[in-house]
Design a protein around this ligand. Structure first.
Ligand code: PLP
Length: 384
């Protein structure tokens, strides 16, 4: 077996989901807060476009960087977030999910022995993606609000550092990086000749008066940056496997090589449905906000009344990141909660070294389900 793969433990989200499903199979009623995907369907126009694409026979390979209509739609969608816009011919690559775009970016930039800095707590896959490239993940603590210390960050960077991975809005904390924060990172990237990998998959999940700031809001972002996004969260199209990258032509060419080596192309009928998705973005935005705002409000209000925990209201994304006051072992806590109350949540330790002592709940669930889950968590905490 590959020595590199031996170091990779596999997705903690999948492991927690498997435990919950196994318990459910024994007849226990389980409330799922562990899954990081919206529970609602894409809007009807997208579903109809998917059926039409299949019926029209759009089921063959496309070119590896994606159909021109979709690349045009992506470039147009992102234009409002960017200072320097992107050329859909040479600077946009459609990938088979945002995850593959992150993987491709890391593969393109690293050699064995290099390292990549990751803001932590962080999405479960970044560390493994870096390890799979033979590089070393280096975690930098960002608290619950991107409150990193510049000196600490500089101390992580050496001559083998190739990239910094930033995820804003952040999974799991919901924190959004400010323009000043981006400017500081960009200056560092220029100084050390690094790549900023900005994972922006939750950019439409932003609440109250908070505002999403793309890496693209920084002048000359393309020379030292790559933006990763996808249709999974924006349009609730997780199973379609459509992601994309935006960056300079040279790096886009390398990302496209990874597409050729791996998926060949993103699913063709899904790409056509994606074009329809972007042409209905206004409607999807309204739907998303109408569904998610009340759920977030509800979970913030209810969590504040549960003993033994504390949390910060998320600015974006779809998660409540909760500190356990009297428990330092998040796996033990989540396992006991699942077994005794049938509530599945993610242990914080899965999100890297700074996640221990926390748990993550997804609130992309119907309010009645959130209510039932929180009722059980409250009972669990009161009994402890
Ligand atoms: N990036 C982050 C931060 C995520 O949370 C996820 C999925 O949960 C992804 C990327 C992957 O998304 P996709 O379905 O586009 O591969």
């Amino acid at each position: 077996m590959s020595k590199v793969l031996r170091k990779i433990t596999g997705s903690a989200t999948s492991a927690t989901f498997a435990k919950a499903m196994a318990l459910e199979a024994t007849g226990k009623d389980v409330v799922h807060f562990e899954i990081g995907q919206p529970d609602f369907l894409p809007i009807d126009q997208i579903l109809s476009a998917t059926v039409a694409a299949v019926q029209e026979g759009r089921v063959k390979y496309t070119i590896s960087k994606g159909i021109i209509e979709l690349r045009k739609a992506i470039a147009a969608y992102y234009d409002s977030f960017l200072i320097d816009s992107v050329d859909y011919e040479s600077e946009v690559v459609v990938t088979a999910g945002g995850k593959l775009a992150v993987y491709a970016a890391v593969q393109s930039m690293t050699n064995p022995g290099d390292n990549v800095v990751i803001f932590n707590p962080s999405w479960v896959s970044y560390g493994d993606i870096v390890t799979a490239a033979g590089a070393e993940p280096r975690f930098i603590a960002m608290g619950t609000k991107f409150s990193f210390n510049e000196a600490d960050l500089r101390a992580k960077i050496n001559c083998r550092t190739r990239a910094i991975i930033v995820n804003t809005p952040n999974n799991p904390t919901g924190a959004i990086l400010s323009l000043e924060g981006w400017q500081l990172l960009h200056d560092l990237a220029v100084e050390h000749d690094l790549l900023l990998i900005s994972d922006e998959v939750y950019n439409e999940y932003v609440y109250d008066n908070n505002e999403f700031v793309s890496l693209g809001a920084v002048a000359n972002w393309k020379e030292h940056g790559i933006i990763v996004n996808g249709l999974s969260k924006t349009f609730s199209m997780t199973g379609y496997r459509i992601g994309y990258s935006l960056t300079n032509a040279k790096l886009s060419n390398e990302i496209n090589k990874i597409m050729q080596l791996t998926a060949s192309c993103a699913p063709s009928f899904a790409q056509y449905a994606g074009v329809t998705a972007f042409s209905n973005i206004a409607q999807m935005r309204v739907r998303l906000q109408k569904l998610m705002q009340p759920r977030r409000k509800f979970i913030i209000r209810e969590l504040a009344t549960i003993p033994g925990i504390s949390f910060t209201a998320p600015q974006g994304a779809m998660y409540a990141w909760i500190k356990l006051k009297n428990e330092s072992d998040s796996v033990r806590w989540t396992d006991t909660l699942l077994e005794s109350e049938g509530v599945a949540v993610m242990p914080g330790v899965a999100f890297g070294p700074d996640g221990e002592g926390y748990v993550r709940l997804s609130f992309a669930r119907e309010q009645t389900i959130i209510q039932e889950g929180l009722k059980r968590i409250r009972r669990f905490m009161v009994q402890r």
